[in-house]
Design a protein around this ligand. Structure first.
Ligand code: NAD
Ligand code: G6P
Ligand code: MN
Length: 440
């Protein structure tokens, strides 16, 4: 059986250990010969990498393991690049969240002005990695989690149209695991229809393997509880995630014909979100005090003890999704998966030149899109507005246009006026000097 070479870009990510554990779990169906971590912060990556080195030596000594900040070393002789970089790291996420809040506007990692600011930082970082991959391993696939995935996907569509990149998100799978738990069936038994943009989508059908309609039972639950339910090995287990899953109840109420993605709360209930956010302690602070501390102290403990036995690393949906995708491409499994892909008519009455999140069949040659037909006016209206935000951000980045970025912020449903958009933008420019192209 063929063995594969994988490079994880953003090796110092809090999600790297989970992906490695998941890869180790799948050695029979998806064997690895070489695993490399790549990051531009050697110190941060060094901690995760030394711990993973100990773990791999104990559990799979046959895998050649290395970590590096050198692109040629990282991207030569690679089959898959799994990317999850965060340009500007948590320090900049904190600013993305806090600056809009100063003006009473949603401050969020991927939605509204914060997501736009993060997009302006991510585009360059992702294009750089994609170019390294194509230079040193032109047949490789890049599987990208790096956020904001909607803007990153639009940037690669516009600026690298022929590249072998697939952009993905773990939120729909995280929700489907909840749906399965609500229904008391295995997640792999769900057969769904879904359309939207990334962090901006809706399920139109949920069936079981025999084709029975599961929507009525799900709606009964969601109407009362949203997607709130306890599950184990959950990356979305904090109190703030529980609140997000509960709030789905109100998002669902706006269109009871479909089941919504959790992220729609930022667009449909921005006033509620602002009222329920502490402007001095946002999600970035929770993550720095939570997941980041936990993962890095687990890594330090492994290094100190010299063993990864009973270690604190965890795997979750995030890891299982990207490993399933790589396996589908490697072994032609023809699995149905939600991907962020160029529309091209798959959503019939929507911009063919937009990146949409829809189910695809994944195999050796990439993916085939499953057409989702015509969508209702409500969702179409929301999506036209949001996709225009995403396109304007990419145009602003490519052209260095202040005007287009101001328009992008103004068009976001989370921003009340052009005046507020301008104030937030000027603050964001100041905070992002090191990362954004100069805007004129
Ligand atoms: P993190 O800050 O712990 O890790 C990101 C790593 O990327 C850091 O070690 C950083 O040094 C590195 N990095 C930054 N810029 C780089 C560059 N230009 N080249 C190489 N490395 C670079 O972040 P995290 O919380 O673990 O999340 C990682 C990424 O995954 C984020 O973009 C996050 O939004 C994303 N994510 C996406 C999904 C999804 O559904 N698409 C789900 C979870 C996380
Ligand atoms: C979900 C989304 C990701 C996002 C993450 C944030 O998994 O799909 O795109 O990055 O949540 O989680 P956090 O715990 O970092 O706030
Ligand atoms: Mn996501």
């Amino acid at each position: 059986m063929k063995k594969f070479s994988i490079t994880v870009a953003g090796g110092g990510s809090t999600f790297t250990p989970g992906i490695i554990l998941m890869l180790l779990d799948h050695q029979e169906e998806f064997p690895i010969r070489r695993l490399c971590l790549y990051d531009n912060d050697e110190e941060r990556q060094g901690i995760i990498a030394r711990a993973c080195g100990i773990l791999l030596k104990e559990r799979a000594p046959e895998i050649e393991f290395r970590y590096t900040a050198d692109p040629e070393n990282a991207f030569t002789d690679v089959d898959f690049v799994m990317a999850h970089i965060r340009v500007g790291k948590y320090a900049m996420r904190e600013k993305d969240e806090k600056i809009p809040m100063k003006y009473g506007v949603v401050g969020q990692e991927t939605c509204g002005p914060g997501g736009i600011a993060y997009g302006m930082r991510s585009i360059g970082g992702i294009l750089e990695i994609l170019d390294y991959m194509e230079k040193y391993s032109s047949d490789a696939w890049m599987l990208n989690y790096s956020n904001p995935a909607a803007i990153v996907a639009e940037a690669t569509r516009r600026l690298r149209p022929n590249s072998r990149i697939i952009n993905i998100c773990d939120m729909p799978l995280g929700i489907m695991v909840r749906m399965a738990r609500i229904l008391g069936i295995p997640e792999k038994d769900l057969d769904i229809s879904y359309f939207g943009l990334n962090h901006f989508g809706w399920w139109t059908q949920v069936k079981d393997k025999e084709g029975n309609d599961l929507m009525p039972a799900l709606k009964e639950y969601v109407k009362e509880n949203g997607y709130d339910i306890n599950i184990e090995e959950d990356q979305h287990a904090d109190q703030s995630w529980h609140e997000t899953f509960k709030k789905v109840r109100d998002v669902y109420a706006v269109d009871p014909d479909t089941l919504p993605n959790t992220y729609l709360k930022y667009y449909l209930y921005p006033d509620y979100v602002v009222a329920h956010t502490d402007p001095n302690y946002t999600r970035a602070n929770q993550v720095m005090d939570g997941r980041e501390k936990e993962v890095f102290s687990a890594a330090r403990e492994i290094i100190e003890k010299g063993t990864a036995e009973n270690c604190g690393f965890m795997k979750d949906d995030h890891a299982s999704y990207i490993v399933d995708l790589a396996r589908a491409l490697a072994f032609n499994t023809k699995e149905k998966m939600l991907l962020i892909v160029p529309n091209g008519g798959a959503v019939e009455n929507f911009d063919p030149e937009a990146m949409v999140e829809i189910p695809c069949i994944v195999g050796r040659d990439g993916y085939e899109k499953i057409a989702q037909g015509r969508i209702p006016q409500f969702q179409k209206g929301l999506m036209e507005q949001q996709v225009s935000v995403e396109k304007l951000v990419v145009e602003a980045w490519a052209e260095g246009s202040y005007q287009k970025l101001w328009q992008a912020l103004t068009l976001s449903r989370t921003v009340p006026s052009a005046a507020a958009a301008k104030q937030i933008l000027d603050d964001l420019i100041e905070a992002n000097k090191e990362f954004w192209p100069e805007l004129k």
